[in-house]
Write a new protein. Structure first.
Length: 256
């Protein structure tokens, strides 16, 4: 990495328990057991207040898991192929599929995801894990999908904002993954303040985002963690759609 051209600067903002903004230019590659031929960065963890762990990185040709992601009891996991010309062979609980850009897989607790880049080109991935919150005897199931094959639904009656659900909206699932897309002039209908937390990775465009009491410029490749009850809302500022993939805890009561 060359010397900087000017002062050392960053757009990163870390407010533990409230929100974090982690742009790409400040990230470092973490040494993480269980992976070979992968360059991964941890972008969310309980160390700043998140109840989950999220990673972003590149899987080189031949790169793979050396143990299932995640090899721990009671933990569920999710993989999303962001982009790249390569493909991943992904297995969960005896089911296997080949995933390209836009493909994803969800592993129920105690199962884990096994993957290998069997192609000659790299791919970039998002990885996510959290501890499953049981609800009676209900059990989530393995899910494979491709966002390119999921119809976008109009969000909250606004014809320039679109939502996709990647996982079933079923009580057996304590979380979901969504994509939310704002066309130019799109915005949230109100400033949200809710118990759920989110981890959002921006896949395109740019916007102004209210996080807590701060308005921040957000753009493609930024990661945002939203803490519970953090005020949040956005509007698009560019000429192209502003959109991101994000996690949400759901279908469970608050603990006391």
């Amino acid at each position: 990495m060359p010397y900087p051209k000017g002062f050392l600067e960053t757009r990163a903002v870390i407010k533990p328990g409230v929100y974090t903004l982690i742009p790409p230019e400040g990230r470092v590659i973490n040494s993480i057991p269980g992976f070979s031929g992968c360059r991964l960065t941890i972008i969310a963890s309980p160390k700043h207040g998140a109840s989950f762990v999220q990673y972003v990185g590149t899987v080189e040709p031949g790169g793979k898991t050396t143990v299932p992601f995640v090899d721990a009891p009671g933990v569920e996991s999710f993989l999303y192929v962001m982009d790249g010309d390569g493909e991943l062979r992904v297995s969960v609980a005896g089911q296997s599929e080949t995933l390209k850009s836009g493909g994803y897989a969800f592993a129920p607790p105690d199962q884990g995801i096994v993957f290998e880049n069997t192609s000659s080109a790299p791919v970039r991935v998002l990885l996510y894990k959290q501890r499953f919150v049981p609800l009676g005897d209900l059990k989530p199931w393995v899910v494979f999908g491709d966002i390119n094959k999921i119809a976008e639904n109009i969000y909250d009656g606004m014809e320039n904002v679109f939502l996709r659900d990647l996982l079933p909206n079923d009580p057996a699932f304590d979380m979901n993954m969504h994509t939310l897309k704002f066309l130019p002039d799109g915005c949230h209908p109100f400033v949200e303040t809710h118990v759920q937390e989110h981890g959002a990775y921006v896949l395109g465009g740019q916007g102004m985002y209210l996080l807590g009491e701060d308005w921040l410029q957000i753009k493609k490749e930024d990661f945002i963690w939203f803490g519970p009850f953090t005020q949040q809302g956005t509007y698009t500022t560019g000429r192209e759609p502003f959109w991101y993939i994000y996690s949400k805890d759901m279908n469970r009561d608050a603990q006391i």
